[in-house]
Design a protein around this ligand. Structure first.
Ligand code: SAH
Length: 281
């Protein structure tokens, strides 16, 4: 019997109106969350990646080693985040000439003046978010799609918005190719093109929101679209340097909403993201 088919699509978000500008390849079946790989044993992990999607043992082994270092540095914690980072091949999301640099802990250019964040940043943000199966997650700043891909191993409801249209188109095509190549979890990613400042009202509320571009305030629409008991992680500050904030929205028994902010690095580190840009009103 054929499985239910779902067609992830890139959509242009123009205020309240949504225009389809392209579509990804249909995916046979959603598989979320992904089965965790071996977390402790390097050889078993490398063998499992080769068995699941024919992955080159060199990349899988270097990814395992990098994740061990990030765990020791307390940038990566929680079984879900650990599994998701291990399952996502960063070499598939960098420019072709940078594949051998993919498992160094540094940001890399992805064209269009944008970067793929450093692995420790993706690890830390994913760990803070603590995504659970069934959570609805919104990302602002798709970029290469790497962070969205990591999150797609934890829930089948990942929505991601990118403002640079040709980058969004390139990433959508790349993800479609990866779904075809044996990464079914990535088929649960919904991509939008537009200014993420306004969130994605049609799919709100979101249990988790992640902003991967620097902004000097928390966009009010994102706070509104965060579900009660939801968590947002966002770099807030001037273009030169930001504080990585964890924002929690709580609903008291009497219905009152409170918002708590916490510096993820407790004042020990600042972060530097590419600027959050705005579409003309
Ligand atoms: N999460 C990405 C990081 C990309 S860098 C990854 O894993 O590769 C941040 C991205 O945010 C850039 O691609 C930039 O174009 C995008 N961006 C900046 N302002 C935006 C906005 N207002 N809405 C949506 N995307 C935005």
């Amino acid at each position: 019997m054929p499985a239910a088919r779902r067609i992830p699509a890139i959509e242009a978000i123009l205020g309240a109106c949504m225009v389809l500008v392209g579509s990804l390849v249909a995916q046979a079946q959603l598989a979320a969350p992904s089965d965790p790989p071996p977390l402790e044993d390097r050889d078993a992990f490398v063998a499992e990646m080769a068995a699941r999607h024919g992955e080159d043992p060199g990349y899988a082994g270097r990814r395992f080693d990098l994740m061990q270092r990030l765990i020791q540095q307390a940038q990566l914690y929680g079984d879900g985040a650990r599994a998701a980072m291990l399952l996502t091949g960063r070499h598939d999301f960098v420019l072709p000439g940078d594949r051998d640099a993919a498992y160094r802990d540094s940001p890399l250019s992805i064209g269009f003046g944008q970067t793929i964040s450093a692995p420790h940043m993706v690890a830390r943000m994913t760990s803070v978010l603590a995504v659970e199966p069934g959570h609805r997650v919104l990302e602002i700043g798709t970029g290469s799609g790497y962070q969205a891909a990591v999150l797609s191993h934890l829930t089948d409801q990942v929505y991601s918005i990118e403002i640079v249209e040709p980058l969004a188109e390139r990433t959508a095509a790349a993800i479609a190719g990866m779904v075809e190549a044996g990464h079914p979890a990535f088929g649960g990613i919904q991509l939008g093109v537009g200014d993420g400042y306004h969130g994605w009202l049609e799919h709100a509320p979101f249990d988790r929101i992640i902003v991967t571009a620097a902004i000097d305030h928390i966009p009010p629409p994102l706070l509104q679209q965060l579900a009660p008991d939801g968590i947002m992680v966002i770099p807030v500050g001037p273009p030169s340097v930001q504080t990585l904030l964890e924002v929690r929205k709580r609903q008291e028994a009497d219905g009152t909403i409170t918002v708590e902010r916490r510096d993820v690095y407790d004042g020990t580190a600042r972060v530097r993201f590419v600027p959050f840009t705005r579409a003309p009103e």
